[in-house]
Ligand binder design. Structure first.
Ligand code: GLU
Length: 495
């Protein structure tokens, strides 16, 4: 059997971390089994449809390196197209298919037309609420005779509902093992709405069958829908796929994971400067682990080691702090060349010059240990890139290290010393500056701090001598000159 799995998101907004986890686990399972992973857009609920969400979703999946085999793809203008003989699998383009299958169920007598008006259903819901009964359709139209139903259908709008059997529905889930539901407590689900659009349940089952899906891997919130699907497979006389419902995701305080953008949207993590490799690694561990609790994986390792059997039943905690830690570890391990490619848009956004790639590679190499998020990089390196007159000086630092007569005097002497240094590399600089301190009986901090602030505007950063070497002689001397000039305090930009 060739494994075929699908990721079937509804384009109702941004792709959140839970959706990404579902996509990733499907992808890993498919690749591990040398099967196919397809993307199907479930957009039949037009009231929840969000313009542009499909395009967004595709571009985020692609950014994460989750390539799919069939489905809608985007060209470089952001337009949806189809590849080869397949897709695009967009349910709103397939409504005729679902209609045909809903009618087949009607003919078989396992589904029925429901003519109840929205008002009646609302009344029913209210009464049930008052009587503390679960909100369920009372099967009012289930008992209409064939004749009555056919007659009414000529004039009145109707939905098509599934006849749930009053029996226990049992199925096997790879993660949850045997699962049982009481059919009596399950609603006669609407399959086809009065506007001719299918509901999720019908379209999902029909497509999983037609697309020959072998394993349905999705979040646990869909577990309670599965008995309805099992019944549909039975009524259609189709073999159901295997099911695996992935554990719920919780916040660190064990509350339900919020769906607010900013907290869980992959797009926002991208904007903050998480590396896709770090996100994927972290997300892979949300509900799955190896026996030896390995933490870091390449994508190839994930593919090799992933199995549904090692997915847990208990909820997984999504902890952004942990993902942040993982991100900085990844940044440290990633080559500066590759980081450059990710960092460039952040620098451009901050209006920093990105034309000197060679120089930027050196800066990235020097700062790598300190980067937690790529969005921090412009601030970390801006003083290397800005013209000397435009760097920002920290107010406190200026007060502390660039205000006294003695500090200015030291800088003046340093300037004379630095002008004479020909090999402006960190080893020579360290040797010369330390000797200068000794000779003049200056404690090193009284020299190092003013010098650092003079050339960078701030007190923190990479090692002083690395910093001087990277800035280069011309900038260092020019910046000292600016700082010791009388106009300095009037002219500077402060932060
Ligand atoms: N369209 C559903 C969703 O938004 C798909 C659930 C499933 O995979 O069956 O998640």
């Amino acid at each position: 059997m060739t494994v075929r799995v699908r990721f079937a998101p509804s384009p109702t907004g941004f792709l959140h971390i839970g959706g990404l986890r579902t996509a990733l686990f499907n992808y890993l399972f498919a690749k591990h089994n040398k099967g196919s992973f397809i993307l199907r857009i479930e957009d039949t609920d037009r009231t929840r449809y969000v313009e542009g969400a499909t395009e967004n979703l595709i571009s985020i999946l692609t950014w994460c390196g989750i390539e799919y085999d069939e489905g809608p793809f985007l060209d470089n203008k952001g337009q949806i197209y189809q590849k080869g003989d397949f897709g695009p699998y967009i349910q709103s383009q397939r409504t005729e298919i679902y209609k045909k299958y809903a009618e087949e169920l009607l003919k078989k007598g396992v589904a029925y037309r429901c003519f109840c008006t929205p008002q009646r259903l609302e009344e029913l819901r209210k009464t049930q609420l008052i009587n503390k009964q679960p909100p369920m359709y009372d099967r009012f139209c289930r008992n209409l005779s064939q004749k009555e139903s056919d007659e009414k259908a000529k004039t009145a709008p109707y939905t098509i509902r599934l006849k749930m059997p009053d029996e226990e529905i049992v199925f096997y889930d790879i993660i949850h093992k045997e699962v049982k539901f009481n059919g009596k407590l399950i609603d006669d689900q609407i399959l086809l709405k009065s506007d001719g659009f299918p509901t999720y349940h019908l379209a999902n089952v029909v497509d999983d069958h037609l697309m020959q899906i072998t394993h349905v891997i999705r979040g646990e919130e869909w577990l309670s829908s599965t008995p309805k699907h099992i019944v549909l497979y039975k009524y259609f006389e189709w073999n159901p796929p295997k099911f695996a419902h992935l554990p719920l995701l919780l916040n660190p305080d064990r509350t339900k994971l919020s769906k607010r953008s900013g907290d869980v949207a992959v797009e926002d993590f991208k904007k903050e400067g998480f590396l896709p490799e770090a996100i994927i690694n972290y997300v892979a561990l949300l509900g799955w682990s190896t026996e030896d609790s390995q933490q870091f994986f390449t994508k190839e390792e994930l593919i090799e080691k992933f199995s549904l059997e090692r997915c847990s039943q208990s909820p997984a905690i999504f902890d952004k702090q942990k993902m942040l830690w993982m991100n900085s570890e990844y940044i440290r391990k990633t080559s500066s060349e590759k980081l450059f490619y990710y960092i460039k848009p952040f620098l451009e956004e901050a209006n920093l010059d990105t034309s000197n790639k060679e120089y930027l590679l050196k800066l990235i190499e020097a700062e790598k240990e300190r980067i937690k998020l790529l969005k921090d990089v412009p601030y970390l390196i801006e003083y290397f890139l800005k013209p000397d007159e435009e760097i920002t000086y920290n107010e406190e630092a200026v007060k502390k290290f660039l205000s006294t007569k003695e500090q200015k005097e030291i800088l003046l002497q340093l300037k004379d010393l630095l002008i004479k240094i020909e090999n402006f590399d960190k080893i020579t600089l360290e040797k010369e500056i330390r000797e200068f301190c000794l000779k003049n009986n200056y404690k090193t901090p009284t020299v190092f701090h003013p010098l650092r602030v003079a050339v960078s505007g701030r007190t923190e950063g990479i090692g002083l001598f690395d910093l001087l070497e990277l800035l280069g002689k011309e900038k260092v001397i020019n910046r000292i000159q600016i700082v010791i000039s009388d106009k300095f305090l009037k002219q500077i930009k402060r932060s």
